[in-house]
Design a protein around this ligand. Structure first.
Ligand SMILES: *[C@@H]1O[C@H](CO)[C@@H](O)[C@H](O)[C@H]1NC(C)=O
Ligand SMILES: *[C@@H]1O[C@H](CO)[C@@H](O)[C@H](O)[C@H]1NC(C)=O
Ligand SMILES: *[C@@H]1O[C@H](CO)[C@@H](O)[C@H](O)[C@H]1NC(C)=O
Ligand SMILES: *[C@@H]1O[C@H](CO)[C@@H](O)[C@H](O)[C@H]1NC(C)=O
Ligand SMILES: *[C@@H]1O[C@H](CO)[C@@H](O)[C@H](O)[C@H]1NC(C)=O
Ligand SMILES: *[C@@H]1O[C@H](CO)[C@@H](O)[C@H](O)[C@H]1NC(C)=O
Length: 557
């Protein structure tokens, strides 16, 4: 760390840009009533494990990143201090921090953000097998904002616009200025005093909305506009809107709504007017969630394709948590990570004898992958409309294990998983040796490492691998196998029934054989393997398999 960087930072654990405060309050913040952002998202704020104690190590410096030596020194200090969980909302490509193994071998769970380089595949970071790697998802809250056109049409976008006095409440002139990405395009339209519509779907191809929106906000403010309506494809942009705070209302809309506004502007050229009302907060039913956030980094892991990552998804979009002397919305896998750290701490307090691998297994195997949209209840019937969880990308798609591992975190189910996939932390030493490249048998070791997931990146014909489950539920239990085979792959499992008895072992080993039916250089297909006791205990692990017929040929060949 240079003197220049040091001089721009507090020389203490106090954080300077709010990131540390935000994640700390998400893990363990005490209960605070009446928290909101200008009235939006009003409610009680608290961390996931409010009675946990925090030990904070400053390793990231504004303007100086998070040097690996600082992170390793902090991990050493934390081990010495006797922490139970390490929550690491940091890291990134090429910085895998194998030093975290020291913590795991002392029984400390390590939870990492999977980073924010999605929706591009193969971008997930922090993918060591002994850590929990977290993807980010949306929550069931939105901020609909009414847009009224001069022709009495009423349309809805989303914003964080709460300050009615920023705009007088009257209709303002509407001007459509294309993609708003250059000063000259705005100058041509004369946006001064007007509400500007920025809408050009084709431009999103060369500049994605998270890059284009800050530019549009900057240019429209500089040009003297009084409001911005920005068209975007499915992504998460609300966090940028505080840039408009106190200046003008800024609303994001989808292309369909933007198209209707543009049509109105064309039909009423010169006289078109529009009004933007303050945002409302909608929570719960009707908000399609969770969805994996577009920015959330995706698998497979480039470094370790045999280790399925990320492990689990957790809330990480527009999270309202402490920042500076107030509360602010932030989005990122940095925000998702402390949710999982808090659940990890809670699981650890309920099951103090569980290893980090057992806790991670409980979280991964109980993840939700079907979102229950609505529950209608009347006197006699209960209808549940289940919908597979989606992942935001271009285009939006159904989420697969490379988006969210075992699914979306479900703490209530994780506390009582029935079975867990445990790993003796000494076994990871071999992994470390394998990454250094001077040992044999690594392929077989990777396949048989007892993780709560299976990834086979190079299936030639068939392969057999082993897993062992440990019963942490009632001592007498019978589990039946349910397999969802990846497309084009046959899966056989032996045995297919496990009978835990009073006198027998708490552990059961089973063999899984994958046989490919396709003879093409394939992409990944996905499936799952579930042990079910017929009711509450359904222990599901995700599977990703890729068929190859030629070595050293990439997907694109
Ligand atoms: C609302 O905006 C007005 C005008 O910019 C400003 O004076 C006022 O402080 C803002 N109020 C809040 C609560 O931000
Ligand atoms: C732009 O519009 C404003 C407000 O209507 C007007 O005062 C200004 O002269 C116009 N500028 C140009 C360059 O036409
Ligand atoms: C817009 O960007 C320019 C150049 O970086 C900067 O000087 C200006 O302050 C920005 N304006 C606003 C309103 O953010
Ligand atoms: C890892 O490599 C070291 C150094 O060669 C060796 O001493 C150790 O036994 C190896 N451990 C495993 C589990 O392979
Ligand atoms: C499970 O084991 C118990 C005790 O050996 C036995 O009584 C029972 O029949 C077994 N159940 C199944 C389904 O195999
Ligand atoms: C499955 O496990 C749950 C939780 O222990 C138990 O309540 C339930 O009876 C079991 N189901 C069957 C069919 O044994």
């Amino acid at each position: 760390i240079s003197d220049e960087v040091l001089n721009n930072n507090y020389k203490s654990p106090r954080d300077i840009d709010g990131h540390g405060t935000h994640v700390a309050s998400t893990v363990a913040g005490g209960e605070v009533q009446g928290v909101s952002y200008g009235g939006l998202g009003m409610g009680v704020a608290r961390g996931g494990a409010p009675r946990a104690r925090l030990s904070i190590y400053k390793v990231c410096w504004l303007g100086g990143n998070c040097p690996e030596a600082a992170v390793l020194a902090a991990i050493d200090d934390a081990i010495y201090d006797g922490v139970d969980v390490l929550s690491l909302s940091l890291g990134g490509a090429g910085q895998e921090l194998p030093g975290t193994l020291h913590a795991v071998q002392r029984g400390i769970s390590v939870v990492f953000a999977g980073m924010n380089d999605g929706p591009v595949p193969q971008t997930v970071s922090n993918t060591l097998p002994w850590v929990t790697t977290v993807a980010a998802s949306t929550i069931d809250r939105s901020f609909p904002t009414l847009i009224s056109l001069g022709n009495k049409e009423k349309l809805v976008g989303q914003s964080l616009h709460y300050n009615a006095s920023v705009i007088s409440g009257d209709f303002k002139g509407l001007v459509y200025a294309g993609s708003c990405d250059t000063e000259s395009s705005l100058a041509l339209s004369n946006v001064t005093g007007k509400i500007v519509l920025c809408y050009q779907p084709a431009a999103a191809n060369s500049m994605p909305p998270p890059q284009a929106l800050p530019i549009a906000i900057n240019l429209t403010i500089m040009a003297g506009a009084k409001g911005l309506i920005f068209a975007q494809y499915t992504t998460n942009l609300l966090d940028f809107l505080p840039l408009c705070k106190g200046v003008m209302p800024c609303v994001v809309v989808d292309f369909e709504i933007a198209h209707r506004i543009a049509s109105y502007w064309r039909s009423d050229k010169g006289n078109a007017v529009v009004k933007v009302s303050p945002a409302m907060t909608v929570v719960g039913k009707g908000v399609l969630s969770p969805r994996v956030a577009s920015f959330s980094s995706r698998g497979p892991s480039l470094l370790f394709p045999s280790i399925l990552k990320p492990d689990i998804a957790a809330p990480g979009v527009s999270i309202l948590a402490a920042e500076g002397d107030s509360y602010a919305f932030n989005s990122g896998t940095s925000m998702a990570c402390p949710h999982v750290s808090a659940v990890t701490a809670l699981l650890k307090s309920v099951h103090p004898d569980w290893s980090p691998a057992m806790i991670k297994s409980a979280i991964v195997t109980t993840g939700t992958y079907i979102a229950i949209l609505k529950i209608h209840q009347n006197s006699s019937v209960t209808d549940r409309f289940g919908m597979p969880i989606q992942a935001e990308a271009v285009p939006r798609k159904l989420a697969d294990p490379f988006d969210f591992g075992g699914g979306h975190i479900d703490p209530d189910r994780a506390v009582d998983p029935g079975l867990v996939y445990d790993v003796d932390a000494r076994e990871y030493n071999k992994f470390f040796n394998c990454t250094l490249g001077y040992v044999d048998g690594c392929e077989s070791y990777y396949l048989n490492l007892n993780l709560p997931s299976i990834a086979v990146p190079n299936l030639k014909d068939h392969v057999m691998l082993r897993r062992t489950v440990t019963n942490v539920g009632p001592v007498e239990a019978i589990y039946h196998l349910v397999v969802e085979a990846p497309a084009g792959i046959d899966v056989s499992v032996e045995p297919s029934v496990i009978n835990f008895t009073q006198s027998g072992s708490k552990m059961a080993t089973f063999m899984v054989t994958f046989t490919t039916r396709q003879r093409v250089q394939g992409g990944y297909t996905f499936g799952s393997l579930t042990w079910s006791n017929g009711s509450t205990h359904s222990v599901r692990i995700p599977i990703a398999v890729r068929t190859v017929i030629q070595d050293f040929v990439a997907d694109t060949a």
